[in-house]
Design a protein. Sequence first.
Length: 672
Amino acid sequence: MKAILTSLLLACTAMAVGQTLPTDSVAGEVQHIRELTVSGRRPANSVLASKPIQQMDRDELEHLGLQTLADAVKHFAGASVRDYGGIGGMKTVSVRNLGAHHTAVSYDGITVSNTQAGQIDIGRYSLDNVQTLSLSLGDAQNQLQTARHYASAGVLSIETERPHFADGQNQRLFLRLRGGSFGLIAPSLRYWQRLGQRTSLAVNGGYMRADGIYPFTLVNGKNKTRERRINSDVYSWQGEANLFHHFADSSQLALKAYWFYSERGLPGSVILYNNRSRERLWDEDFFAQASYAKRFSSQWRMQARLKYSHTWNRYEDTDVKYQGGKQTDVDRQDEFYASGTVGWTPLAALTLSLAEDIAYNTLRNNVVTGSDLQPAQPRRLTSLTALAIRYKPTSRLDISADLVATYATERVNTDHRPADRHRWSPAVAFSYRLLGSEALYLRAMLKNTFRLPTFNDLYYRRMGNTGLRPERASEYNVGITWSGRPFRHIKYLSLTLDAYHNDVTDKIVAFPTTYVWRMANFGKVKINGIDATIAMEAPLWGDRMSIAATAAYTWQRAVDKLERSSSYGKQLPYTPEQSGSASLTLRNPYVNIGYSLTAQGRRWSSTQNTSEYELDGYAEHTLTLSRQFAIGRHRLLDIRASVYNLTARRYEIIKYYPMPERSWSLTGTLHL
């Protein structure tokens, strides 16, 4: 925009100098020209991208009063969050019903991994220091991303806030205290320090505890009783340190160390009057990562990443069915990870990149498997190579393609070792601007991905099957997007509409055999759907008041297509045909108001789509009031109050796991 305005100014100046003054003009007289204001807004990335992408920034997350990462993800079209209820319950995300194993979770550009279970519990991540949260189909739309991103069917990207200072500032401190229903108390702090002209430090820390005891209604035929959810308590500590440095040659280095520890109860299923659960889980997660980016010239760029992570968890279940009355599983995972990406732009319209990832994963536990009844202690070496090409011959056409090569080999202590795996996964996408004068785009995408069997799939007790094949997925997407300003009093209006078809073959499922359950490649799934989003913002009172609104809608039909299956043609479990979300934010000088809604239609907890397994649809409303107060010249106090499930709707996301009814939270943040 600055370049456009500068060009206009130079052109006007040249015209004025080149003109001959009228004969009645006064030489040297100052000529007053009416002021001209030129304004515009670049279309959002969700409109420009050739692959569907949705994003929420820090301002939107704060004003809507969203408590957890899982709450935010529920507002993305096509995203499904499995929530087992309670503050301590596990929460995983799946994109367009491809499964949590196909969805990568990226934290500041590097994927969070769990080779043992293959899915990430997003409930453990705080929103306190999140700058942007985005969900992309295909990959993260970044030419210098890792090969793991290219290899994923969808990427949930978490980008944390980097330190920024006003003139004369060298440090900033943020103190936050959040309290609420069910014994919730969560103090946290963030500290930023300028260590030099090019170096800054950010330290974050927080503690959270909640008893998680909330009331719910238990329905047994015509009888209804009020019960209390138990064993849903959680205690967690989280700390993070970041160091950022900009070198004189414009290269950048980012270092991060992260630590998380929690103890929590796992609220079990509530079946009739059995509300007892004695399962406990202890988690500890540590990782250190480094990212280095450098631009060698206008043609060559590179980015390198290193990461080491260690995960420890302990699971206990107290029950008379176990020998000694208790079962204890202890798992330790380690990962050594390196990634390098090189980008080359030989022509203005052509960019190529090559990414190489190497990961070495180990699992040590006390779970025996195989005929020799000893822990498998698997070790896996994985190589991912991604070649990506982007061609943009005109301002209206954008074409991209990538090819991912995967190689994985494993070693185990038992006598059963899976065969080495080799796989090629191609993808292609394009975006075309249909009208030169309007931000109206047509886009399409085709992508093939797969996921390796997890260590649990291969080795867990007697269920594991080392002969499993990788689970394969194909994604097809076609959509149309538009962004503009159809009315003068609207800042912007953007619309996206995407239709998609997904195929999943060799789906890995637990299948009953003669004596025990066993993992097998047994499933075949076809998924058809439509995702639609809308976003707008309009001023109401000059710059003092504005209103912003968003909405997302998903229609999805995901069915079992295995012909010999008794559930052939039936909707997959926990997949509503219709779901959606909406938000409304009113900003003003007095009290900012945020309202959000998430809703799902009816679902079934089994592939047998009968009334016995049917779950009613629901809508959950959240209302948030917030205001910022000035304390002196350089101190600010933010106060935010939120009410969740405003209508106290009784519902379940997973059958027999009741969700909380109405609850509240109060948050205060002091900026120093």
